[in-house]
Design a protein around this ligand. Structure first.
Ligand code: NAG
Ligand code: NAG
Ligand code: NAG
Ligand code: NAG
Ligand code: NAG
Ligand code: NAG
Length: 683
């Protein structure tokens, strides 16, 4: 793929070096010496793995961990580790300890399917590895005859235990065949409920870990604006009194959701969900989802509407075939002696996460639907960027996010969940824009990307076809972000979040103490939407270009304003900017990049707030619910408005940004970045 480009020569040496490094990386990936097993795997000193099957149970044991699975349903009833008979919450009914579920609907029915198996099979049983499978074969005559309908799909649920491995792997395969009814799937996940007397400390990142409230503290507390958020009024541990608990405060972007879990202090044991890749999660690397939360509960989320809304529903037509492998992910257990600092369990879990990530794609899962690394392909190249009127030369697309997903328009990966199965393969480019995507399943893809600091989405127009062992060299690709003229002014930075804007402190009544000292995480506090009307009691926000500072003068979300009797009013923000002259008979350009939208219509008017028909409207967009879920972004949308010079005047101009939908405190938009461009320079 030759990108013709005159300056190519000056890049010659740098390119040569980058390509050499890339080829080295490619060869490294082929030369994986651990056979896809994590490094800690110790063949010699550990006892073999044993399998004991009875009518009711399947028990797998490797001398380190023992797991008990219901036969033939496939849910996990017991995990024995570190001298503790069952680290799961054994007071719960057996199906409610370690399970999968799918929230879905079909014509005339909506509900949850627990993916229960009806048949048990041993896939492999030897000293090094036991893999078992619990299957359900969809049956057109019985699927909708009992109270709980079954999703129209065949199910294959699997567990793997390796010799010397301090944990177990789990994955599921959903398979829709021709002839199956239409269905929509909203959420696919697996859930672990741990012993609440033991697991009190939760960790999801270096700076997000704490001792958590007890589940009964939520029952005795006061539900807030929605049931997930509870004010702890009478907690078991009085230190939590007055704090808010909400599982959405512990959400995470999928790209960072690699390890999270819980620590027990007595004995000192860690329970961790390690997800070594993002390939089987839907909607790309910055999709956000839940991790662990009060229960103590840990989730492995594969698909959900969280922070994305109805735009990501998996919607299958009658007879539409589809098959996808969710996982494997690793449930890792670790322990240390009582006199050691328990934080070491988190450090060790992170270390194990790195081992698992390096071992991806695993070689040991035996389903034919899980491609081994030799069956996968590589794509590499370099992304350059040419932002006309800003950069005189072509620059490296430093640290760009680059991914392969089903063919579509720029940015379509954000809502891509099932077309072409629904796998996505993402990586981050280096400083020079060089990228290598490895482990790509066979298929036809488009290459997508975005570059932090630049507006918009990149798509490479040609299809990329991956076959077994493909090594595809794309060479230099050039992204030309949308631009018509020089920047006259801008607000924010194009990074697809609202984090750089003003995020207020929470009300003192609604604090989560974990985030009180963290600038990076303060948006996760409850109730920030109510702070807008307190900060702007009489008039809406006015931003004056050249005088205002977006860090302090641009509220992170354009929310509604609370009025009497629990009603809410629309808000209209103003941007005032001065023009020394207006070039007649030409177009200026306003670009509005939104980081989030929930049931919103953003109307834009120039210099006349009363204009009946707005100069521009987004129409009603979004259901990502990022305001209510304490997010700092949802789905990214870029709007480009041609601004004829007749709309402008010499001197001060005002842009009115009116969000008209106001039925709820959670309706509104978050801005990522706003830019006003002059007309194209005449030559
Ligand atoms: C298998 O499990 C059954 C029932 O728990 C038990 O009686 C039996 O001893 C076990 N067999 C082995 C080989 O551990
Ligand atoms: C099923 O879905 C419909 C439409 O989405 C909704 O109105 C209804 O309340 C749902 N029923 C249940 C039991 O969730
Ligand atoms: C159950 O599914 C069958 C097709 O598999 C369909 O013909 C029948 O109408 C369905 N029953 C109900 C109550 O929807
Ligand atoms: C609020 O509700 C009360 C009682 O229903 C009513 O008298 C009052 O007029 C309402 N105020 C507004 C602004 O609608
Ligand atoms: C300005 O934009 C409008 C709307 O897109 C377009 O119809 C018109 O041709 C443009 N005018 C110029 C001078 O480019
Ligand atoms: C434009 O508005 C700013 C801020 O309100 C004000 O300071 C300035 O005097 C105005 N300029 C003109 C030409 O009206």
């Amino acid at each position: 793929m030759n990108v013709s480009w005159r300056k190519a020569k000056s890049w010659g040496l740098a390119l040569f070096i980058t390509m050499a490094v890339e080829m080295f990386l490619v060869s490294q990936c082929f030369a994986k010496d651990t056979h896809g097993r994590p490094k800690k795997y110790d063949h010699t000193t550990s006892p073999g793995v044993t399998l004991n099957v009875t009518d009711k149970e399947v028990v797998i044991d490797n001398g380190i961990v023992q797991i008990t699975i219901a036969n033939p349903e496939g849910y996990l009833t017991g995990v024995s580790y570190g001298g503790v008979h069952n680290i799961l919450e054994y007071h719960n009914k057996e199906p409610n300890r370690g399970y999968w579920d799918v929230v879905w609907d079909t014509n005339g029915y909506n509900g949850t399917d627990w993916l229960l198996g009806s048949s048990f099979n041993v896939v492999v049983e030897n000293e090094d590895q036991v893999e078992v499978s619990f299957t359900y074969k969809w049956d057109s005559t019985t699927w909708n005859t009992s109270q709980v309908w079954r999703i129209p799909a065949n199910v294959d649920r699997r567990y793997i235990m390796l010799r010397g491995s301090s944990g177990f792997y789990a994955y599921s395969i959903l398979d829709r065949e021709e002839g199956m009814p239409a269905a929509k799937m909203y959420q696919i996940r697996s859930v672990y409920k741990l012993d609440e007397q033991r697991f009190h400390y939760m960790a999801i990142s270096d700076d997000r870990q704490r001792t958590m409230p007890m589940p009964q503290d939520r029952d005795t507390g006061l539900p807030l604006a929605f049931k997930e958020a509870v004010l702890l009024t009478n907690p078991t541990n009085p230190d939590f009194r007055g704090e808010v608990d909400d599982k959405y405060q512990y959400s995470c972007e999928d790209k960072n959701n690699k390890v999270h879990g819980w620590i027990s202090f007595d004995p000192q044991i860690g329970f961790w969900i390690i997800t070594p890749t993002n390939e089987f999660r839907s909607a790309g690397p910055v999709k956000q989802d839940l991790t662990s939360h009060v229960g103590p509960i840990s989730l492995a989320m594969f698909h959900s509407a969280h922070y994305a809304g109805y735009d990501v529903t998996m919607s299958f037509q009658q007879g539409e075939p589809w098959k996808k492998v969710f996982g494997p992910y690793y449930v890792y257990l670790n322990s240390i002696s009582q006199d050691t600092d328990f934080h070491q369990l988190w450090d060790d879990a992170k270390h194990q996460m790195i081992q698992e990530t390096r071992s991806w794609p695993y070689e040991f899962p035996l389903s034919n639907d899980f491609p081994k690394s030799v069956e996968r392909g590589f794509v590499f190249g370099r992304l350059l960027i040419h932002d006309r009127y800003k950069l005189r030369t072509i620059m490296a697309g430093s640290y760009a996010w680059i991914g392969l997903a089903a063919p579509g328009v720029a940015g379509s990966w954000q809502t891509e969940t099932k077309v072409h199965v629904g796998y996505q393969f993402w990586t981050r480019a280096d400083r020079n824009g060089g990228f290598l995507i490895k482990g790509v399943h066979e298929g036809t893809y488009n290459l997508f990307g975005w570059v932090p600091g630049f507006i918009g989405d990149y798509v490479y127009i040609e299809d990329i076809i991956i076959t077994q062992g493909s090594v595809i060299k794309l060479g230099n690709l050039v992204y030309e972000p949308l631009r018509n003229g020089p920047t006259l002014w801008q607000i924010g930075i194009p990074d697809r979040t609202a984090l750089e804007f003003y995020v207020p402190q929470p009300s003192s009544l609604f604090v989560n103490k974990l985030y009180t000292d963290s600038d990076q995480n303060k948006f996760r506090q409850y109730g920030l939407w109510e702070r807008y009307a307190e900060l702007y009691p009489d008039n809406d926000l006015i931003y004056t270009v050249g005088q205002s500072d977006y860090h302090t003068d641009w509220f992170f979300a354009q929310v509604t304003r609370k009025a009497e009797n629990n009603t809410y009013k629309p808000t209209t923000w103003q941007i005032i900017f001065a023009l020394h002259d207006v070039i007649p008979s030409t177009n200026y350009t306003l670009r509005i990049a939104l980081a989030s939208a929930t049931r919103s219509e953003l109307q834009v008017r120039f210099n006349d707030p009363e204009l009946t028909i707005p100069h521009f409207t987004t129409m009603v967009i979004g259901s990502d619910n990022a305001i209510a879920r304490h997010g700092i972004h949802g789905i990214y949308r870029l709007f480009n408005v041609d601004v004829p010079s007749e709309w402008l005047c010499v001197g001060n101009n005002t842009i009115y940004l009116k969000q008209t939908k106001h039925e709820s405190p959670f309706f509104g938009v978050m801005y990522d970045y706003i830019r006003f461009e002059g007309p194209p320079p005449t030559t």
